[in-house]
Design a protein around this ligand. Structure first.
Ligand code: ATP
Ligand code: MG
Length: 458
């Protein structure tokens, strides 16, 4: 029986290694894979390889240094070593950040023995690096995102619904698409549906299809989104917005694997995996009665909670660098890097709009920047923070909160204890909310309708 091949030990060398260096490394059991930082074609390691990366800055000017920064940002899980020419002892900001991101650096002439010892010390199995490449998710350096990726990889192979929760712009759809790509259904369709955007009277027909003549205007038979996704996955974004009749049909599909087109009583058997996402609290929608409890339990078998960007500060720099690189590729220009002040500002900001907002800020800064460095000022985050603080007290949120309390009070027949139980808050909180929104309970109970006025934003 053939014995399992021993893992290769491999230095992924970005730049040009000398013949003599390669020979000495080979003698010590290290193969050198020369990679081109300009091409950014991945690390090219095999799954079982033990790898370490070298940022060789001995040749090429500022462009080479900037490409190296991008490559390093793309592979944050690789252990990096750096090789710098002696004159860059008076380092530029860019070289400084490369040295900061490297485990160790070497100057000329290179002490090969120390280099070989350092390779051995920092090399890691490439499986960790390769897994990140497979998921295609940018910014998985933080503990929070590593946990998400680990769950995603487990969930990919289990044919059960997944409920993806997280604030707006955190990447729920990105993760849903990744899950599809990692699953055995990857060759079959991925159909994304924004439940909130479906015309209310057409939800059933959009999702499940209709027969000719099912309703006025149904001149032909129409196949719904679920049937289109046969064998693949349906991603129900904002699932909390599904009307109750569509919820019942979805429940039947999940329980029995069947659907009925509108205007037909024929049951159609369907193999489709359902992923659902929500940025609102489905539990309180269940408590309010606007979301079916049985459907909630069906969808919530596997749960993926996507952390807000402020909970994964370690990913911000990689993401920002990625979006800047993408901007540069599309629009050109000389802006390639962030100043250390800008990086600090990115880390300190609270990012209410999460990754989506980060993309906007980076693009804006790339347009505004006066030099090749993006400064903290170019990001203009201070004004944004003020606006975010204000909007968190904003009118729309106040109105939404008032509506939710009112709806729940009505459903609880104005019984405070019942309302508190449904909203999963204390009775005192219900009284406080009533006071805040000028909801007069006695009037409500007496008239059966509300007499107060909405509170205005501070
Ligand atoms: N890890 C990531 N890597 C690269 N791009 C990302 C990542 N996460 C999010 N994005 C980008 O951020 C934007 C928002 O992502 P997405 O639409 O998946 O968020 P969402 O959570 O579904 O938002 P919403 O709640 O508003 O529907 C998209 O442009 C997406 O490409
Ligand atoms: Mg979305």
């Amino acid at each position: 029986m053939a014995s399992k091949e021993a893992p290769r030990r491999c230095v992924v060398w970005f730049g040009h290694s000398g013949n003599e260096e390669r020979a000495l490394l080979a003698q010590a059991g290290w193969c050198t894979r020369v990679a081109d930082a300009q091409l950014q074609d991945g690390v090219g390691a095999r799954r079982d390889d033990i790898v370490v990366a070298m940022a060789d800055l001995r040749q090429g000017g500022i462009d080479a240094v900037q490409s190296m920064m991008q490559v390093m940002a793309m592979h944050p899980w690789l252990p990096w070593l750096a090789l710098v020419p002696p004159e860059s002892a008076a380092h530029s900001t860019e070289v400084e950040s490369i040295l900061q991101a490297s485990a160790e650096f070497f100057t000329m002439p290179v002490d090969m023995q120390r280099l070989i010892d350092t390779l051995t010390k920092f090399a890691v199995p490439s499986s960790a690096v390769i897994e990140e490449d497979i998921t295609g998710i940018i910014g998985t350096y933080s503990h929070a995102m590593r946990a998400v990726v680990a769950s995603l990889q487990k969930f990919a192979s289990v044919d059960l619904p997944v409920l993806i929760t997280g604030e707006t712009g955190t990447g729920k759809e990105v993760l849903a698409r990744t899950l599809h790509r990692l699953s055995a259904r990857r060759e079959r369709p991925f159909v994304a549906i924004n439940c909130g955007a479906l015309p209310p009277n057409l939800v059933q027909s959009e999702l499940f299809g209709h027969e000719r003549g099912a309703f006025t205007g149904a001149n032909t038979r129409r196949i719904g989104h679920f049937e289109v996704a046969t064998g693949g996955m349906v991603f129900l974004d904002e699932v909390g917005d599904l009307p109750l009749d569509a919820q019942a049909s979805l429940l039947r599909l999940l329980q029995e694997g069947t659907l009925e087109r509108v205007g037909s009583s024929q049951l159609i058997r369907l193999d489709v995996r359902v992923l659902a996402a929500t940025h609102v609290d489905l539990e309180s929608a269940v408590a309010r009665g606007s979301f079916r409890e049985d459907l909630y339990y069906r969808l919530n078998v596997l749960r993926l909670r996507v952390p807000a960007l402020r909970e994964r500060k370690d990913d911000i720099e990689v993401l920002a660098q990625h979006f800047l690189g993408a901007f540069h590729e599309q629009h050109g220009g000389r802006v390639r890097v962030f100043s250390s002040d800008a990086l600090r500002a990115l880390r300190d900001f609270t990012w209410p709009g999460n990754v989506r907002e980060l993309i906007n800020r980076v693009q804006r800064a790339a347009v505004m920047a006066e030099s090749s460095l993006i400064s903290a000022g170019d990001l203009d985050l201070q004004n944004l923070q003020l606006a975010a603080d204000r909007s968190s007290l904003g009118l729309s949120r106040v109105v939404a909160e008032r509506e939710a309390v009112l709806a729940c009070l009505r459903e609880s027949h104005f019984n405070i204890s019942e309302c508190a139980r449904r909203l999963k808050v204390s009775r005192v909180t219900v009284y406080r909310l009533c006071k805040k929104h000028k909801v007069t309970l006695d009037e409500l109970r007496g008239n059966g309708k509300f007499m107060g006025r909405p509170a205005t934003a501070a």
